[in-house]
Ligand binder design. Structure first.
Ligand code: ATP
Length: 353
C-alpha cells in the first residue's frame, strides 16, 4: 500500500492548462475515484501519477518519496486501460505472466502466480487462448490479472469498464470492488460514470476544467454537493434546479411557486438556485412543505415511478415516487417535501449556501 500526495500538480499543453495546481492526498489502501465530464483533466492526472505524462509543475509523492521525476517503471503502479492493452500475439497465460518474466521471476513462481490470479478472476479455463478469442469482459479480466499478478501497491484504472455492455459493467464493477477489498492496495480510478463512482469509491474527487470541485465521500457528494455543477453531475435522473429568490417571509419563491425552507436558511432578497432531488418527495404530512403540481408524464420503472410534473409558476420537475402510488397523467397532486432535504445555491457563484 502507498499513500499518494499531489501538491499543486499542474499539466500544461502549450496554452491549455489540463490540470491546474491540483492538491489531492490519497490514503493508504483508499479507493479514490476521479469523476468528471470529458476534458476535465482526470486522465491527465492519472497519467501524471503513473509517470506517463511529464509533470509541468508541482510535486508528486508516494508515501514520503518524491516521485515527480521518477520514470514509470520505477513506480510500484499497475495500470488498467479502457482498451485492455493486451499483447495480441501472446496467450492469456503469457499476457498474465509477462510482468513477472520481465522481472526474471523463477518459472515455478510465475506458474503459481498465474494459476492463483486466473482462479481469482475465473479465467483459468481461458489460459491457452489469444485475446482475439475472448469477449470484452474476459479481456478486461485478463488485463486485471496482468495488473494484479505482481502485487503492486498502487492500481491506476482509466475507464476500465467503458467498453463493456451495461450488464457486464455491473458484474465487473463488483469484481473490482472485491479485488480492492482483497488486495488492500491503493486504487485511483478514472470515470465519467457517476454510478460507477458512487458504488466503488471511498472518496470521489469531482473535477471540472482541471480543478477539483469537491472531494468527499459518495454520500457527502450526493447529500451536500458543493455547487450546482456537482449537484447535477451526480444523481439519475438529475437533481431539479430552479432559479428564484428568497421571499420576505423566508420561503423560496419563483413566480407563483412558494416552498418552505429551514428557518433562517438564507436572508430574504437573495437570488438563489433551489435543488430538489427527484426522490426527496413524500406524501403530504405535518412538518413537510407542500407542493401542488400537475402530472404531465408517468413512467413506471418497475420498482418506482418517475413523474414529470408542472408546479405553479410553470416550473417543470422530475420526481421519483413509490410504485404503490396510483398516479395518472393529468392528476393534480400535493407532495410533501422535507425542507431539510432541499439544497440552496447562490445563483451567481453557484456555490452551496
Ligand atoms: P476524457 O474523459 O475525454 O478522457 P479527461 O477528463 O480525461 O477527458 P484529459 O484527457 O485529462 O481529460 O484532458 C484534459 C484537457 O487537456 C483537455 O482539454 C484536453 O483537450 C487537453 N489535452 C489532453 N492531452 C493533450 C495533449 N497531448 N495535447 C494538448 N492538449 C491535451
Amino acid at each position: 500500500m502507498a499513500a499518494i500526495t499531489c501538491e499543486k500538480l499542474t499539466k500544461r499543453y502549450g496554452s491549455v492548462t489540463a490540470v491546474d495546481r491540483l492538491d489531492l492526498a490519497i490514503g493508504h489502501g483508499e479507493f479514490m475515484v476521479l469523476l468528471g465530464p470529458s476534458g476535465c483533466g482526470k486522465t491527465t492526472t492519472l497519467n501524471m501519477i503513473a509517470g506517463l505524462e511529464e509533470i509541468t509543475d508541482g510535486t508528486l509523492r508516494f508515501d514520503a518519496t518524491d516521485v515527480t521525476w521518477q520514470p514509470p517503471h520505477k513506480r510500484e503502479v499497475a495500470m488498467v486501460f479502457q482498451s485492455y492493452a493486451l499483447y495480441p500475439n501472446k496467450t492469456v497465460r503469457e499476457n498474465i505472466a509477462f510482468p513477472l518474466q520481465l522481472r526474471r521471476t523463477p518459472r515455478a513462481e510465475v506458474e503459481r502466480a498465474v494459476a492463483d490470479v486466473s482462479e481469482q478472476l475465473e479465467i483459468a479455463h481461458l489460459l491457452d487462448r489469444h485475446p482475439s478469442q475472448l469477449s470484452g469482459g474476459q479481456r478486461q479480466r485478463v488485463a486485471l490479472g496482468r495488473a494484479i499478478v505482481r502485487k503492486p501497491s498502487v492500481f491506476l484504472m482509466d475507464e476500465p469498464l467503458s467498453n463493456l455492455d451495461a450488464a457486464l459493467r455491473l458484474s465487473m464493477r463488483s469484481l473490482i470492488k472485491h479485488l480492492h477489498q482483497r488486495l488492500q492496495a491503493t486504487f485511483v480510478y478514472v470515470t465519467h460514470d457517476q454510478a460507477e463512482a458512487m458504488t466503488l469509491a471511498d472518496r470521489i474527487a469531482v473535477m471540472r476544467g482541471g480543478l477539483i470541485q469537491q472531494l468527499d465521500t459518495p454520500d457527502g457528494i450526493y447529500s451536500r454537493p458543493a455547487n450546482t455543477f456537482v449537484a447535477s453531475f451526480l444523481g439519475s435522473p438529475p437533481i431539479n434546479l430552479v432559479e428564484g429568490e428568497i421571499a420576505a417571509d423566508g420561503r423560496f419563491a419563483r413566480g407563483a411557486l412558494r416552498l418552505d425552507l429551514p428557518p433562517g436558511a438564507v436572508a430574504p432578497g437573495r437570488a438563489v438556485t433551489l435543488g430538489l432531488r427527484p426522490e426527496d418527495v413524500a406524501a403530504p404530512a405535518p412538518g413537510l412543505a407542500s407542493l401542488e403540481a400537475r402530472v404531465t408524464l408517468v413512467s413506471p420503472l418497475g420498482s418506482e415511478t418517475l413523474l414529470e410534473v408542472v408546479a405553479p409558476g410553470d416550473v417543470a420537475l422530475t420526481l421519483r415516487v413509490p410504485k404503490e402510488w396510483r398516479v395518472r397523467h393529468g392528476d393534480s397532486m400535493t407532495f410533501g417535501i422535507d425542507p431539510a432535504r432541499l439544497h440552496l445555491f447562490d445563483r451567481q457563484t453557484e456555490a452551496r449556501l
